[in-house]
Design a protein around this ligand. Structure first.
Ligand SMILES: [Zn+2]
Length: 62
């Protein structure tokens, strides 16, 4: 399982969130709001895909 890197924008920890139709990684800093994008509609390992998308972000525009 991949580890979730800290937010590239503000350095806060990020966490994986999943509910019935959403699966994404989001920054825990409410003032930042960075997000990996929603992988809830993907097949396969949604958590791994969301984490991979988050971990490849390098501080580009939100
Ligand atoms: Zn952040």
């Amino acid at each position: 399982m991949s580890e979730i890197l800290n937010c590239p924008f503000c350095g806060h920890e990020a966490e994986f969130i999943q509910d019935t139709c959403e699966a994404y990684v989001e920054c825990t800093n409410g003032d930042c709001g960075a997000c990996s994008g929603n992988f809830g509609y993907h097949s396969g390992d949604q958590k791994a895909q969301a984490i991979a998308a988050w971990n490849t972000r390098t501080g580009d525009a939100k």
